[in-house]
Design a protein around this ligand. Structure first.
Ligand code: DGY
Length: 324
């Protein structure tokens, strides 16, 4: 294929050349080279003007305005399993295929969910700071005493692929597993020894609550003041899905007033958050910068899946992982 006729791909973040090499014979790839921030919207509009494919990340808003500036666009490959940054209906209208990266990130994201369970329950971050700030003077009977994980009840909200991967880890910790999902998943119940409960029962009886639901109209601020009030005062809340499923003000209040014990958070309503965010200043939170799928192995698979999807669509084949 001559370089003149290669389909044009625009990538909105810098990706190391080594991940692109396998595709460069077939695709003309350009990208936003600057580290440290997203491509400015105006630049994206210029770059998209002749692009056949967009490789996007979750902080890029793919909406009618952008689509109207991309007459040749055939596919948007989102480097995430969630795609609430994309107006899928507008893409349909413009006959643009949307793809995401399911499966390849489930285990890694569940690892992070479990890391947050462990970090909050055993106060790992606080204890690390204590040592590094040279405050450690002696051992004491209840010094940094946290909460046991084994034998406790884990409530998973959203029993999809990531939810199941969290449940498998919990089984290894001898946890009792219960879940709530839009629809009951009897096969998962048997495989994972998980009990289906109503949302309210899950809130009231779980020691750890992990949310893995996508952000939709139905899940917007699902975890609100009413939900936090129903939780045990010893409950630990972990969010590895989307920040917008939580009313952050209500969560901060629940953590301050002792309505719940602690929270481990990978995602926030507006990202990036700053150090003066109400949830960051609290002793009983562990906050990380949306790194659920951030292992080199998984990010490599996600990038490859995006490029494979792009290559498929621009060469007239079915997308591998279309969102709908
Ligand atoms: C996703 O894939 O939706 C994650 O949030 C990205 O890490």
């Amino acid at each position: 294929m001559s370089s003149m006729s290669k389909p044009k791909v625009y990538i909105t973040r810098r990706i190391d050349e080594k991940y692109l090499q396998a595709y460069q014979d077939e695709l003309e790839i350009r990208m936003w080279e600057k580290e440290g921030g997203p491509v400015p919207r105006e630049t994206l509009f210029k770059e998209i003007a002749d692009a056949d494919a967009l490789f996007a990340v979750l902080s890029d808003s793919v909406d009618e305005e952008l689509l109207s500036k991309a007459p040749n666009l055939k596919v948007v490959a989102n480097m995430a399993v969630g795609y609430d940054n994309i107006d899928v209906e507008a893409c349909k209208k413009h006959q643009v295929v949307v793809t995401n990266t399911p499966d390849v990130l489930s285990e890694t994201t569940a690892d992070l969910g479990f890391s947050l369970i462990m970090a909050t329950a055993r106060r790992i971050v606080e204890a690390d700071e204590w040592v590094k700030q040279d405050k450690w003077q002696s051992w004491a009977p209840f010094f940094f005493a946290g909460t046991d994980i084994y034998g406790k009840t884990l409530g998973i909200v959203g029993m999809g692929r990531i939810g199941e991967a969290v449940a498998r880890r919990a089984a290894g910790f001898d946890m009792n597993i219960q879940y709530h999902n839009r629809s009951r998943k009897k096969d998962a119940e048997e495989r994972l020894n998980a009990k289906y409960v109503s949302f309210d029962e899950l809130l009231e009886t779980s020691d750890f609550i992990v949310t893995v639901v996508p952000h939709t109209k139905e899940t917007d601020k699902l975890f609100n003041q009413t939900a936090f009030k129903k939780m045990k005062s010893s409950a630990i809340f972990v969010n590895i899905s989307r920040g917008k499923v939580v009313d952050e003000e209500a969560l901060a209040e629940a953590l301050k007033s002792g309505e719940i014990q602690a929270a481990g958070l990978d995602v926030f309503d507006e990202e990036p958050i700053r150090a003066d965010h109400p949830l960051v200043g609290l002793k009983n939170t562990v906050c990380v910068p949306h790194i659920g799928s951030a292992s080199v192995e998984t990010r490599t698979k996600m990038a490859q899946l995006c490029l494979d999807n792009i290559q498929a669509v621009v060469s007239g084949k079915e997308a591998i992982t279309p969102v709908s």
